[in-house]
Design a binder for this molecule. Sequence first.
Ligand SMILES: Nc1nc2c(ncn2[C@@H]2O[C@H](COP(=O)(O)OP(=O)(O)OP(=O)(O)O)[C@@H](O)[C@H]2O)c(=O)[nH]1
Ligand SMILES: [Mg+2]
Length: 394
Amino acid sequence: MNVPEKPTWIACLTPPGQSALATLGLYGPRAWEALRKLFRRRAGGELPPTPPPPKLGGGGVGASGRFWLGRIGNDVADEVVVAVKQIEPVPWLEVHGHGGREVVRFLIELFREQGLQLCSWEDFLRKTSANTLSAQAALALAQATTPRTAGILLDQQQGALNRALEAIQQALECGKTAEAEEGLRQLARYAPVGRHLTQPWRVVVAGAPNVGKSSLVNALAGYQRSIVAATPGTTRDVVTARLALDGWLIELADTAGQRTEAEALEEQGIRRARAMAAAADLCLWLLDSSAPPVWPSEPLAAVQYVLNKSDLPLAWAAPSTPDVVRVSALTGAGLAELGAAIIARLIPDPPPPRAAVPFTPHLCERIAEAYRMLSLGNAADALRIVTALCASNG
Ligand SMILES: Nc1nc2c(ncn2[C@@H]2O[C@H](COP(=O)(O)OP(=O)(O)OP(=O)(O)O)[C@@H](O)[C@H]2O)c(=O)[nH]1
Ligand SMILES: [Mg+2]
């Protein structure tokens, strides 16, 4: 019986639009053959019938290296550099040509005429990654917004989580439950960070009207995101601003000032403000140094009290517990300390370099479940879950 040949894929790996260069990925059994048909070396002569093995210790230009300079096309042709990324089990090549939608379209069309099938860069990553976890990490990496979160995702793309899960799987298979439990505990420890590598930590700024919530959001964001006015009840809706604090992505939400007597429209804003504060990763509850304190009407799970307008004389006996950070949104005093306090509350235990970190909500949930199973003495189910995470490899 004839086994149908696996398809050969082509994808544009660089973003569409204007750029100096664009990179095409080619992956599949016919990649090299198609390239040989279309490519003319600048140095003359043809490409070898099979791709030569990558040179150890770096490549070079020429027949014996793994990079070639040449042209693809006939009357209209683009000058490109071709690189061999992999030979076995199937060829994986890159073609670096000029950027711009039309050149990319033209090159892809030529390869499609040779029987290659077009896929998205996301699919191309899934097909070419060493395992599913690496592919998922590479996809998440494309959404990383800070160097710090990108660094953690690069570690996972290079196999940190995969290796940790394989070690736990092995320990479970050998009956070393204590070792497996410790491995899962370590992974679960970094789950809160893992959930916030591409999604921001949500920090809500709340408090009574006029305490300076909008002023503080603007001061932290570094631009005038919210309207500030001396009239209490200025902010009616939730207004958000994203910023990086110590390399972590934070979404600050400015909310309506909370008071008991408010007209209908303001009342709606207050309801939203209360719901946001209750659901946030952290609520900054603002107090005004120059006016009697207004405390939250309901207890908040995660709250940091902030005493604003510290540039004005104190009008009441402010609590001197270390939990209260004194700031002035007007002068900027205390903002660095507030930033540090926010980070200490949100990320008390940052992962060290190269640590294994579960980086999607699904991975975090499955790892927590495996840990729970193992702590209940159910090693078989823990092994089943860990095996499923590892088995999605390859
Ligand atoms: N002296 C001083 N005034 C401030 C400070 N922060 C805010 N203010 C003033 O306080 C008033 C209210 O500021 P907002 O930032 O609009 O206060 P808010 O809490 O957002 O008010 P609502 O949206 O009405 O709930 C404005 O006149 C600000 O200029 C501060 O640190 N020091
Ligand atoms: Mg406001």
